[in-house]
Design a protein around this ligand. Structure first.
Ligand code: URA
Length: 252
């Protein structure tokens, strides 16, 4: 069984607080009103130990009591970090999710002016696994450039020698596919700050439009998600979509 699964018993008030439903006082009131049941019987006390899957609030199962992972189509203009100003990606999710503990976080980041595929999860183990350089999870970006390509960019990016400003190790080889002289796709095997924009800046170009289309084998287009929308998914299913050939034991 995975570490994050909440199959063990927990205090009712703590469970509902960690899932973002309300504080201890709210739980007391809901119990008094008879709105909470545990295994079909009215809850008796906020400190009652419960199995999360057996709890119903107003006859409704709790919202993802085993942890929450989503595939999200980040729109342009939304920011991933809670510390930045502006419209947060979290505004696209149910308000209750903001109060969840552990916190929901994006797996890596897309900058404000980049749209596309983003995973958001409260599962620290999954987040670590998907960001670990050991997993070699590629990211594919669709790029529209300001100026036509010069012709040597694919070779430069594939060389493994491209140094970005203020960095002391070269970029790993990246694959450029050219659709026309301003529309390309770029596959990266690492994730440095603003990497795509900085790579094109280093060859004298400028990125006008940037969209992440794939994380590993997971394709944004195949999800059918419109910008600003998401779908929930089990961690084990997500791993199969991203890394179909390597299914780590803990997720089987
Ligand atoms: N590269 C960028 O420049 N921005 C992103 O958001 C992702 C990759």
């Amino acid at each position: 069984m995975r570490k994050t699964e909440r199959l063990k018993t927990e205090r009712l008030d703590k469970l509902l607080a960690n899932l973002g439903y309300g504080v201890r006082k709210d739980v007391r009131y809901w119990i008094k009103e008879g709105w909470i049941t545990v295994d079909g019987k009215p809850a008796t006390s906020p400190s009652q130990k419960v199995i999360p899957q057996q709890v119903r609030l107003e006859d409704t199962e709790l919202d993802h009591p085993n942890g929450l992972t989503i595939i999200y189509h980040k729109p342009l203009g939304a920011v991933c970090s809670r510390k930045e100003d502006g419209r947060l990606i979290y505004a696209d999710f149910p308000e209750r999710w903001i109060g969840r503990k552990p916190l929901l976080s994006s797996v890596g980041r897309l900058d404000k002016d980049t749209s596309g595929l983003l995973i958001v999860t409260d599962d620290g183990q999954l987040n670590h696994q998907l960001t670990s350089p050991k997993q070699h999870i590629s990211k594919t970006y669709a790029v529209t450039l300001d100026h036509p390509l010069e012709g040597n960019e694919a070779e430069t990016f594939a060389s493994g020698k491209l140094m970005l400003e203020d960095e002391d190790t070269p970029c790993l080889p990246a694959e450029l596919s050219i659709f026309n002289d301003i529309e390309v796709s770029l596959i990266l095997h690492e994730g440095r700050y603003h990497q795509v924009r900085r790579m094109f800046a280093s060859v004298g170009n400028h990125v006008n439009i940037l969209r992440r289309t794939h994380i590993g084998s997971l394709s944004l287009q195949e999800t059918g998600l419109a910008a600003g929308t998401y779908q929930t998914i089990k961690a084990s299913e997500l791993i199969k979509l991203i890394l179909p050939d390597t299914i780590p034991l803990q997720y089987t």
